[in-house]
Each structure stands twice: as C-alpha cells, then as structure tokens.
Design a protein around this ligand. Structure first.
Ligand SMILES: [Zn+2]
Ligand SMILES: [Zn+2]
Length: 363
C-alpha cells in the first residue's frame, strides 16, 4: 500500500513568519516593485496585526484594506507610508476586501485625511447600512438566540449590546466593485474576484502582472476564516465559502498575500486543507445530531470540540461558536443530510417561541 505525501504550502513571507513566531510585529516590506505590505496593529486579538497592501498608481498609492480603528494602527499606517516615501495625503483610494472592522476600520479616517475614495462590494456596503441601526441589530440578535435554543439562564451573557458589534462608525462606500472589475485605471493589472463566504461581499484582488493574490480573510496560511450564519442572514454561507474556495484551484503560480499572518504559495494545497477541515467538522456535527436527534443548535454546539472547551467558550466567543455551528448545520441541510422541525418550547418575555430542532434524514 502506498501513501501519497500531502502537498503543503510554502511560506514565502519568511520575515513575517519569523516575527509571528517571536510574537512581534513584522516590518514593512517591499513585496514587488511598486507594491508593499504595511502591518498595522490589531490590539487584543490573537491575529495581532492586519497586513495593509500599498499599490503604487500614477500620482499616489491605493491601499488594500485599512486596519483596525485605533490610534496605534493609524500611527503604524502613517509611519509605514512615510518609510516608503509616501504620506497619508498621497492615498487615492482604499480597496476594502470586506466590511469587518479590522479591514474597514481606518478607511473613513484615511478618506478624511486625504480625500481618498473607499470601495467595496455592493453586498458588504449594504450590510454596513443595516449595521448602523443599533435597535435593529439587537432585536435580530435576540430572536437568533431564541431560535438557536439558548437556555434562558445563558441568555444575558449572549445578548450583546449593539454598541459591541460596531466599535466605530463604518464609512459608507464611495464606489462599489463587481466581480471581475479592474478598479484602478492607473494599475490595470489589478482585478477583483468576488469570493463570498466569510462575508457576503468578500473580495480578493489579483495582480495579473506581479502574480499575486491579495486574499483578505478568504485564504490564510494557518487558520480557517470564521464562517457564520449571522442574525438576519439567509442562505448557506459555508456552501458559498466552499464553492468560492474551490474556485481558487489552479492558482498555484500566484503568491498569496493574506490580510493576516504571512505570505505563502501553494493555493491548491491550502484549498485541500480547508476542505478537509470543514468535511471533518460537518461529520462531527452530523454525528452529534445522530446521537441526539431533535437537538437545538445550542445543544449541538455544546457537544462539539472547541479549542478551549465549550465551558471556557463564553460571551461573544460562544456566540461566534454557535454561528459557526449553525453554518455547518445549514450546509448539512442543503446537502439533504438533515432537516429541521421547529418545536414549541421556550418562554421568552412572556411569549412561547419556536426553536429549530435538527434531525438526521433517513436515507
Ligand atoms: Zn474578516
Ligand atoms: Zn480579518
């Protein structure tokens, strides 16, 4: 019997990886002529920093992503631009891979300082508009928790104030970018690739001349991006993610420039690893449902393995874990392996509410 050696990724950002292992911020690097990476701090987060990419265009620069909205990250960005001979006022525009605060956070401040445009996919721009109404956010969150079957005693720790979701006022987009668009007339080799899953409007940017894939959070060398069914969201985000992940196959000649961690090559190997990770998790969720048919999302979550254990996964982390579990459940439904029979059962603020109960489908 022969075993095939599994293909591995090749780390190309050696300086970044060394800094990662030493738990330090990596330096500003020239990745290719006219294209740099500037790491900006992501405080109180295990990801530690966001890689902002700087692309030279006639008369200035365009950024891919903007960093977390705090003064320290702003200082990192300004110092980084100065070190490569530019100033924040030279920024013409910000291409935002997706609307999470570690990518979009500083975009409004950059626009105020330089008059830059802010561009993103329409679906992430629309999602920002929805997030701006705190009451709506909170209400959506509570009904989501009830449907997931959260125990009443656990409710207070999981209902979060809308202010905790949006830690800044997200800037509205000045420009919307569609799949396949080449958004920079001064740098026509840059092409947008719509890769929904981690967010509905997630974009990667491919540089066809320099053979680069700026992958945002879609493809990272070490961790898997968080895929969740968020309150108020419809559809099968994990199925969407797996489709757009697999659409990257064959891009092995591109160096991947992720928004976190370090640069690498070997897209196909990383795509294989991500598929395997999610298939394992789908099997684990299906087994949990087979063991206890009629379980709620909350009950299923509590039976899965978590890196710090379910008991130590509390507050926002527990909420995120449930969102991730629900993404796997919904994907099992779309594969026809389980189904939902809503049950009466929770009394919430004087009202009996229905909860999702998941059953394996007899085949
Ligand atoms: Zn993200
Ligand atoms: Zn991120």
């Amino acid at each position: 019997m022969t075993t095939t050696a599994r293909a591995q990724i090749t780390v190309t950002g050696h300086v970044q990886k060394d800094a990662w292992l030493r738990r330090e911020m990596p330096p500003v690097e020239l990745v290719r002529p006219g294209l740099w990476s500037i790491p900006v701090i992501f405080p109180n987060n295990p990801l530690r920093y966001v890689n902002v990419y700087v692309i030279e265009v006639p008369g200035g620069v365009v950024l891919v992503d903007a960093g977390w909205p705090v003064d320290e990250a702003w200082a990192n960005l300004n110092d980084g631009l100065t070190s490569i001979g530019y100033d924040i006022t030279d920024v013409d525009g910000v291409l935002v891979t997706h609307n999470h605060a570690d990518h979009l956070g500083l975009a409004g401040r950059i626009r105020d300082a330089s008059g830059a445009w802010v561009a993103m996919h329409r679906l992430d721009a629309e999602d920002i508009s929805a997030q701006i109404d705190p009451a709506k956010m909170q209400m959506r969150g509570e009904s989501w928790l009830i449907r997931a079957g959260v125990e009443l005693a656990d409710m207070p720790s999981l209902v979060v104030d809308a202010g905790q979701f949006v830690q800044f006022t997200p800037p509205q987009a000045d420009r919307l970018i569609e799949d396949g668009e080449r958004p920079l007339p001064g740098a026509p080799a840059i092409r947008a690739l719509w890769t929904p899953g981690h967010s509905p409007g997630h974009l990667c940017f491919i540089d066809d001349e320099r053979n680069l894939l700026m992958s945002g959070d879609h493809l990272l060398p070490r961790i898997s991006p968080h895929i969740s069914v968020h309150p108020g969201e419809e559809g099968d985000p994990l199925g969407t993610y797996l489709n757009t992940l697999n659409s990257l196959r064959g891009m092995n000649d591109l160096e991947v420039l992720p928004a976190h961690e370090y640069r690498f090559s070997g897209v196909d190997a990383r795509v294989d690893q991500m598929n395997e990770h999610h298939e394992d998790r789908l099997t684990e969720v299906l087994n949990a449902i087979n063991d206890k048919p009629g379980s709620t999302t909350y009950e299923i979550s509590s039976h899965l393995t978590w890196s710090h254990g379910w008991e130590n996964t509390q507050g926002m982390l527990r909420r995120a874990a449930m969102g991730e579990t629900l993404a796997h459940i919904v994907h099992l439904v779309s594969r026809g392996l389980i189904h939902n029979e809503q049950i009466d059962g929770r009394l919430y603020e004087g009202q009996m509410v229905r909860t999702d109960a998941w059953f394996a489908t007899a085949v």
